[in-house]
Design a protein around this ligand. Structure first.
Ligand code: UDP
Length: 383
């Protein structure tokens, strides 16, 4: 009988891959399994026309945590990409996040004092309507933060398309992701470090998984069992490993015993365009409710700058559509409304009772994580 692995790692996304790497560094043996035909989870890229296409949606690495930044850069160096998305509302372009450029485009104001005056006026109207109480939902939070004009043109339609719910039925925290700046600064993130791996995200994944056993097209629930004596042709996971690391959906792990958690899923219409530069930016959001997609991603801008852009004669773009998740689809964003959070808490309590199983990552935690917090979580787990 083969020697047991120290860890069976379910899910070859960032969480699983970072743990596999660390376990190997610590002299432990791991088997990583993933139900998809490739590793990397949602950061996996496919090369089309020499361009790394973010197959599962745009990923931009950003963090203020030097330990996290140094760690990922020790695997692959990162480029200087800075996310500065544009918003297209009814054919007019606005800079994001909300900053002096946006205020100039929206109101023609040229100084912070002029912009502050308009914002103060608009906020006052909202405060009056709310009679001084705390914002209860995303709509109230957004209007209080940035006033009605920007809410109506740049937030309402985009948010309702992305979440499939009215802004008045969404939690306020979602909008707190977005900075509001009184400077001409179009950097979407406030973090100290930001970039894309040079050569693409697959380099990061390959570097993390170097020398580690991996089994693709392998669904944990089809091949392994949580029972000591499984029926059918499954084997108990304990027979092959001492510990289990699980990064899949937490409700699935517990057999949906309390019910299913909801997600939003995204789908992409990806096309090759016969021009070296289609929209001049990696990300253009379409904030009008009437346009069915939320954004267009032009992938080459993540990794090609200056003349490199024109050395590659074609471009690949993806129109992104957001829909409610149905069984069989890929789960993307957890729907962190009150009902779903309550259900997730019940599953988290079950997870906390498991002694030789480590849960983590976006799906097992049911949290809206960016990449860096996932890496940080994986770096902090005792191996
Ligand atoms: N948002 C918005 N308008 C925009 C971009 C973002 O209102 O043009 C809001 C919206 O509520 C959205 C949230 O900010 O749900 C986060 O959006 P982002 O695009 O940053 O999320 P990602 O999908 O990139 O994680």
């Amino acid at each position: 009988m083969m020697k047991k692995y120290d860890y069976l790692i379910v899910g070859a996304g960032l969480f699983g891959c970072v743990l596999a790497y660390r376990a190997k560094q610590a002299g432990k043996r791991c088997l990583v399994i993933d139900k998809r035909p490739h590793a990397g989870g949602n950061i996996y890229c496919e090369t089309i026309e020499g361009i790394n296409v973010h197959k599962y949606g745009a990923h931009i690495f950003h963090t203020s945590n030097k330990m996290v930044w140094d760690f990922v850069n020790s695997i692959v160096e990162f480029n200087r990409y800075t996310n500065s998305p544009m918003a297209n509302y009814q054919g007019r372009l606005y800079n994001l996040p909300f900053n002096m450029n946006t205020f100039y485009q929206m109101w023609g104001v040229t100084t912070p004092a002029q912009a502050e005056a308009i914002l103060a006026e608009q906020r006052m109207d909202v405060q009056k309507q709310m009679h001084g109480r705390e914002p209860q939902n995303l709509e109230e939070q957004a209007r209080l933060l940035i006033g009605n004009d920007i809410y109506e043109k740049l937030i309402k339609g985009y948010t309702e398309k992305q979440w499939g719910r009215k802004c008045s039925n969404l939690p306020a925290f979602i909008i707190k992701r977005l900075p509001v700046r009184m400077t001409f600064d179009n950097n979407y993130f406030n973090d100290r470090f930001q970039g894309i791996p040079i050569g693409g995200y697959n380099k990061l994944i390959d570097g993390l998984l170097d020398g580690i056993d991996i089994k693709l097209n392998c669904n944990f629930f089809d091949e392994y069992s949580l029972q000591e004596k499984p029926d059918d042709n499954k084997i108990c996971w304990h027979e092959i490993a001492h510990k289990l690391i699980y990064s899949g959906p937490i409700d699935e792990f517990f057999g949906y015993r309390y019910g299913e958690l909801r997600y939003r899923t995204v789908s992409f219409e990806t096309t090759i365009e016969d021009t070296p530069n289609y929209q001049g930016n990696a990300v253009v959001n379409y904030t009008d409710r009437e346009i069915p997609f939320t954004r267009i991603i032009e992938h080459k801008h993540f990794e090609m700058f200056g003349s490199d852009l024109y050395n590659c004669p074609k471009t690949v773009i993806s129109r992104e559509y957001s829909t409610e998740w149905q069984p069989g689809m890929e789960p993307y964003y957890p729907v962190n409304d009150a009902d779903n959070n309550e259900l997730a808490d019940k599953y988290r309590q079950l997870a906390a009772l498991e002694t030789d199983i480590i849960f983590g990552g976006r799906l097992a935690d049911y949290r809206y994580y960016d990449m860096a917090p996932v890496v940080e979580q994986a770096l902090n787990i005792q191996i």
